[in-house]
Ligand binder design. Structure first.
Ligand code: NOJ
Length: 573
């Protein structure tokens, strides 16, 4: 049931939060250079000691985000959900799950964020609902032939008695992408499609009620005052007509995969975004849409951010690139080249709640993919992560920071199997699905778990935090000039101030020794150079200017510098 603002305790009548006052950059679009911080609500801050993060917890920590220097906060789903996929299975799109709080908490969070100058982006999950969503439950109850079944993909099975799935698609979380339903009389019934877990039935976007409902959901949250939406599985809503089999056998689907599939990146999906763009544009304050679209190429990703579609799309090709100068240079060029024709900002991201944190990816040999279970060389990983983060924040466009990366957190690779909750881990019998490792609650203060994540007297956090995290807390790192947290704070402050940083469409590559990436960015008020040494040895080179910031100790003398192994330096020119 939809929760009303008036149902929750507190004032009965609430008006929408005011949009943020236009800032200097607003005329050209605040999102073009925004640093957007991803909060994973389960794991950010727990206000009531139940071991689970919540909206009041996030609200209490907003000043930390303002001081960090980010522009906007993206919240992963906090809607009513049975949590089969940590909230990406929504049973009511207009209600807050009680484990996270109430709609009034969401309202207060949006208001407080705006008062601090932070924008709020919420997650929208339009490809699938929860199997507990009222529509799906009614469709099951009404049985085959009910028009409500057309809002999802129900099909009779193949085989003599319908005992085989309608096609050979496999779920991204493992096993068939179809589950057989049970008829109201208890007999085996039709099958329904779920690209993810069986608890996440896919909507049929050919059905007008689905499109109408999502227009209304968009307006609901826009009226609440949110500044934008991160659109989950933005490439998945339209399926190829006839739901044809996929050729070949075996390992067809990969969440992070690159193949063209009859259910991903179909051209028809763009009509949905043209429609949504009109709604976003009706609201004051530049509300945006961000596509989570895993497409085969950055060029295909650019289609989602054409001028009449969404504003940003995640650059997963960048996220998947190893710490190697030549590969980085290529992906940076391709990314900028692909976005330039459509006039959208390029985005950069290194970590999120679906991939192994970059401090751990870079601690391991390259080529292991984005979900790995080995800790690797932690010191090396952190050194490279700091360097990679400074490089990312120097690139033209908008950058995404995943909670905890500013603390240099590694993935928790040794979580006991019995505490893991990733549905993919459970469905793939532990062969895959290590996403819990990047979802462990973050350490704020103190020497014992939950390290200020929740009250000391509260229950254990939903995933256990490692003992070493006492040394990585916000409290420990604050004021320590060598800490990763202070590196991020300084980087974001410089990024705000330096006229050549932030939005843009170009970099000028500079000659540099092998394994070193060097580029310049120019503005009328001054130029900026970024140098990244991706090799494991120090490299001597001519100093391009005055050091602004460095991810590691850098020796400079007589116009030369010794660029430390795996480091990035920012220069004022
Ligand atoms: C992408 C989300 O980021 C991920 O966490 C989720 O499991 C899938 N979409 C399905 O909604």
């Amino acid at each position: 049931m939809t929760q009303n603002l008036a149902d929750a305790s507190g004032p009965a009548s609430v008006t929408a939060a005011e949009p943020i006052a236009a800032s200097a950059g607003a005329s050209r679009g605040w999102w073009r250079d925004a640093v957007i911080y991803q909060v994973y609500p389960r794991s950010f801050a727990d206000s009531n000691g139940d071991g689970m993060g919540d909206l009041p917890g996030i609200r209490s920590r907003l000043p930390y985000l303002r001081d960090l220097g980010v522009d906007a906060v993206w919240l992963s789903p906090f809607y009513a959900s049975p949590q089969a996929d940590a909230g990406y299975d929504v049973s009511d799109y207009r209600a807050v799950d009680p484990m996270f709080g109430t709609l009034l908490d969401a309202d207060g969070l949006i208001r407080d964020a705006h008062a601090l100058g932070l924008r709020i982006i919420v997650d929208l999950v339009p490809n699938h609902s929860s199997d507990q969503h009222e529509w799906f439950q009614r469709a099951l109850r009404e049985g085959p032939g009910s028009p409500l079944r057309d809002r999802y993909h129900f099909r009779p099975g193949k085989g003599e008695n319908g005992e085989l799935p309608p096609n050979n698609w496999e779920s991204i979380f493992g096993g068939p992408a179809w589950t057989r339903s049970v008829n109201p009389d208890g007999t085996p019934g039709e099958w329904y499609l779920h690209l993810f877990a069986p608890e996440q039935p896919d909507f049929n976007w050919e059905n007008r009620a689905v499109a109408d409902e999502f227009r209304s959901i968009l307006r609901f949250w826009l009226d609440m005052g949110v500044d934008g939406f991160r659109i989950d599985v933005a490439h998945g809503m339209v399926k190829q007509a006839g739901l044809p089999d996929i050729g070949g056998e075996g390992d067809q689907l990969k969440l992070l995969g690159n193949d063209v599939m009859p259910f991903f990146d179909q051209d028809g999906v763009h009509q949905i975004y043209r429609d949504w763009r009109k709604i976003l544009d009706e609201y004051p304050g530049q509300r945006i849409g961000v596509a989570e679209a895993w497409t085969p190429t950055v060029q295909r990703t650019a289609n989602y951010v054409r001028p009449d579609e969404l504003h940003q799309a995640f650059n997963f090709q960048y996220l998947g690139t190893s710490w190697a100068a030549d590969e980085l240079r290529e992906v940076i060029d391709v990314s900028l080249d692909s976005m330039r024709p459509v006039g959208a900002p390029t985005t950069w991201v290194l970590s999120n709640h679906d991939v192994t944190r970059h401090a751990t990816r870079f601690a391991n040999e390259p080529g292991l993919g984005t979900q790995i279970r080995t800790a690797g060389d932690r010191e090396l990983g952190l050194r490279r992560a700091r360097a990679a983060s400074l490089l990312m924040l120097a690139l033209p466009g908008s950058a995404y920071v995943y909670q905890g990366e500013e603390l240099g957190l590694p993935d928790v690779t040794d979580l006991p199997d019995e505490v893991r909750q990733d549905p993919s881990f459970l469905r793939a019998s532990g062969q895959d699905g290590f996403r819990d490792g990047c979802r462990v609650p973050i350490p704020w203060s103190g020497t014992e778990a939950p390290y200020g994540f929740g009250p000391a007297a509260g229950g254990p956090s939903w995933l256990p935090q490692p003992a070493e995290w006492a040394d990585l807390s916000v409290e420990v790192q604050t004021g320590d000039p060598t800490s990763t947290l202070e590196l991020y704070r300084s980087a974001l402050a410089v990024r705000r101030e330096h006229p050549a940083l932030g939005a843009g469409t170009d970099v000028t590559w500079l000659d540099a020794p092998e394994g070193v990436l060097a580029f310049r960015r120019d503005s009328a008020q001054g130029s900026f150079v970024c140098t990244s040494n991706t090799t494991g040895a120090p490299v001597r080179m001519a100093a391009p200017g005055r050091i602004l910031l460095s991810s590691a100790d850098t020796e400079a003398a007589d116009g030369e510098i010794l660029l430390a192994a795996d480091s990035t330096v920012w220069w004022a020119v």
